[in-house]
Design a protein around this ligand. Structure first.
Ligand SMILES: [Zn+2]
Length: 468
């Protein structure tokens, strides 16, 4: 029941996206404008927060720049007035999210909910309606088409018994695992499995060899580690497509991954606030889903930044989700808008996202073996154990990690929990010899981008560590 309705709304939305984009950039801009007007009207009619916030503004004909900017902390502090369905209450959603047995199940029988992870300060709670979920799915499908793949062949492989694997942080209600579990139930895949990013690499390689997925989705750094395993012939899988998200995929990483597996890798720029904001092209740019998303590159004072310049932050308007409207939301990422058309031929606006590029950590075991760890595994261990959202892991020797934590009353408790969990994780990865110490420093933002990188490799003289 749910699955066939969801399937048809995906098909409808996917064909709408296809025809709008085929009609050219002016049709895309017109669709965005129409959806923007409709979302503003909906927010004013049904969200007490936006109604109060927009009081005094003209009733129609508003431009995005007429609207005030909203932040996560303001919205979370006004959660019950922010949502447009009065049945959605922060207390209930928080209780729903507290139960880890129901990740990806529907809240109030109709909403998908998840919380944000990462070093973004205030944790956010996001509620998505059925239309938003269908739109995210359709945007992924449109992306497969746009990359010049035989998208139908990919879907056929998956639906006719091909297996799909997601490797992610699976222990809590995060956007990737919640939407994955939902997709697995809604689509006629014979088999789909999720694997924890915390699984040590040899175990993960063995599990993937046994499972033989046709489709693998994960973080770019994890796909890079798997590519090295495939190259060394320890991993032996034959996927028809790969998907990456959550971190920056560099051109070098893409080349490594595509040549190791002999298939294309789709790359998505998404967030808990909007699963599909932009998608990667051959030229190394990300093309904004400008029919469903409005992105504004702005400076510290929320004034527009010229194309070609690095923004301080970016304002996101998500036109797909009505239940929890995001209009000019300070997303926190720095972006650069490409001033000239992209050489790939895609007319959608092209951007680069600065930051979101943590380092793979290469450590040495006591017997001399080299063990590489995905940054997402280390950050997940710290977040889940210590429940902190602002920290930094710095590697400064082959067998040493420093943890930087904020100064304050929670520091001792967070350190005790995080150090124990990190030591346990390292022991499981055959690295019990690695020392984890508390740095006297608080986390330090990157001086260039102003953003906090969570995992940094800073080896003196970048000496003694072979790549493999
Ligand atoms: Zn391009």
């Amino acid at each position: 029941m749910e699955s066939s309705a969801a399937f048809w709304s995906l098909v409808t939305r996917a064909s709408e996206i296809y025809w709008t984009r085929r009609a050219g950039i002016s049709a895309v801009n017109a669709a965005r404008r129409r959806r923007f007007d409709a979302l503003v009207a909906h927010a004013r009619a049904h969200s007490p927060f936006y109604r109060a916030s927009y009081r005094g503004l003209p009733t129609s004909g508003l431009s995005p720049s007429d609207l005030p900017v909203v932040t996560k902390s303001t919205l979370m502090a006004n959660f019950d007035a922010w949502v447009t369905d009065p049945k959605v209450r922060l207390r209930d959603v928080a209780r729903f999210l507290g139960d880890h047995d129901h990740v990806g199940e529907l809240y109030l029988d109709r909403y998908l909910v998840w919380k944000s992870s990462g070093s973004t300060g205030t944790p956010g709670i996001y509620v998505q309606d059925a239309d938003a979920v269908a739109t995210y799915d359709a945007l992924v499908t449109a992306q497969l088409d746009n990359r010049g793949w035989d998208a139908q062949a990919v879907w056929r492989t998956v639906s006719e018994g091909g297996r799909a694997a997601l490797i992610a942080a699976t222990g809590d209600h995060f956007a990737s695992i919640a939407s994955w579990r939902r997709v697995c139930r809604a689509h006629p895949w014979r088999s789909a499995r999720s694997f924890s990013v915390l699984e040590p690499l040899p175990g993960l390689v063995a599990a993937l060899n046994a499972y033989q997925p046709a489709f693998v989705a994960s973080y770019p750094t994890l796909l890079q580690l798997l590519a090295e395993e495939q190259h060394a012939k320890r991993l032996r899988i034959n996927p028809v497509a790969l998907w990456s998200g959550g971190e920056r995929l560099t051109a070098a990483m893409r080349a490594t991954v595509e040549s190791a597996f002999g298939c294309p890798v789709a790359n998505e720029y998404g967030a808990s606030e909007c699963l599909s904001i932009a998608y990667g092209c051959r030229e190394g740019w990300l093309h904004v889903n400008a029919d469903w998303v409005l992105l504004e590159a702005v400076d510290r004072d929320y004034a527009p930044v010229a194309a070609g310049e690095v923004s301080h932050t970016v304002l996101l308007t998500n036109l797909a989700n009505r239940v929890q409207p995001l209009l000019r939301y300070d997303l926190g990422d720095s972006i650069v808008v490409k001033p000239e058309p992209c050489a790939c031929g895609n007319l959608l606006p092209a951007i680069q996202v600065e930051g979101r590029c943590d380092d793979v950590v290469t450590l040495r075991a006591s017997d001399g073996r080299v063990v590489r760890l995905p940054p997402m595994a280390l950050t997940t261990v710290v977040e889940e154990s210590a429940n902190v959202h602002r920290f930094q892991i710095v590697q400064n020797a082959a067998d040493r990690l420093h943890l930087r934590l904020e100064h304050g009353p929670e520091r001792d408790r967070a350190w005790a929990a995080a150090s124990a969990a990190l030591q346990a994780y390292l022991a499981e990865a055959m690295l019990p010899n690695v020392h984890v110490t508390l740095s006297p420093e608080a986390p330090i933002a990157d001086p260039r981008s102003g953003k906090l990188r969570e995992v940094i490799v800073a080896l003196q003289g970048s000496s003694s560590l072979p790549r493999d």
